[in-house]
Design a protein around this ligand. Structure first.
Ligand code: GTP
Ligand code: MG
Length: 204
């Protein structure tokens, strides 16, 4: 799929403030600093569309981007960021979960995991919540350029083993890197296929 246009629409503090939902939507979720904003820029080929930072906690609101005048990409704050005060962490988690449960046009959440690490507690807890709510997801293992092929394979196997304790079948999985652009085509293909089966929510 070609990206012909990509524009920022709105930043929202609450799910209820998000823009109208006549288009299919894809959310990018994961721990702070895992590379959500960077991945949005990578797949759209727009290096400054979503704001990125080397320090965690950069994205603090729900940010909507309209792509090809036809579908939304959504950049959200990270969950489980240890350095923000607990009440703020709780508020972000509530906002993310509320958004995921109530956003009618949400076709798939891309849940990002740092490929340098094995399974981490807050990621596994979040995935369990997503699974128990039967929300569509795709796992993306980010920053693959930062480790060797064998290390990457080892960490992927650890994740698969851990997830297979609770998931059958396993969720879809894509490996990505913002430097090599790995994962871009697979993510855009999944979006393109999902766009074809989108049915706009009925107005009230
Ligand atoms: P928050 O908004 O704070 O929740 O973080 P985020 O998940 O949006 O992360 P962001 O995209 O801002 O990236 C965090 C850091 O990781 C930045 O310094 C990025 O350049 C770096 N980064 C992200 N993806 C990759 C990747 O695939 N490879 C490499 N080498 N660095 C990456
Ligand atoms: Mg971000």
């Amino acid at each position: 799929m070609q990206i012909r246009s990509a524009e920022f629409v709105k930043s929202s503090k609450h799910a209820k403030d998000c823009p109208e939902a006549p288009f299919p939507e894809y959310a990018f979720l994961g721990r702070s600093n895992v590379g959500k904003s960077t991945l949005i820029n990578m797949i759209t080929g727009r290096s400054k569309l979503a704001k990125t930072s080397s320090s965690p906690g950069k994205t603090q609101l729900i940010n909507h981007f309209l792509i090809n005048d036809a579908w939304y990409l959504t950049d959200l704050p990270g969950y489980g960021f240890a350095r923000v005060p607990i009440p703020i962490k709780k508020k972000w988690e509530h906002m993310i979960k509320n958004y995921m449960q109530n956003r009618e046009n949400l076709m798939c959440s891309f849940i990002l995991l740092d490929s340098r690490h094995g399974p981490m507690k807050n990621d596994l807890e979040f995935l369990e919540w997503v699974g128990s709510n039967a929300l569509p997801l795709c796992l993306v293992f980010t920053k693959a350029d930062k480790l060797s092929k064998s290390q990457l394979q080892r960490n992927l196997s650890l994740y698969q083993k851990k997830l297979s304790e609770q998931w059958e079948p396993l969720p879809r999985m894509i490996v990505s890197s913002s430097t090599t652009k790995d994962g871009k085509e697979d993510i855009l293909k999944l979006i393109s296929q999902s766009n074809k089966i989108f049915v706009p929510p009925k107005p009230f």
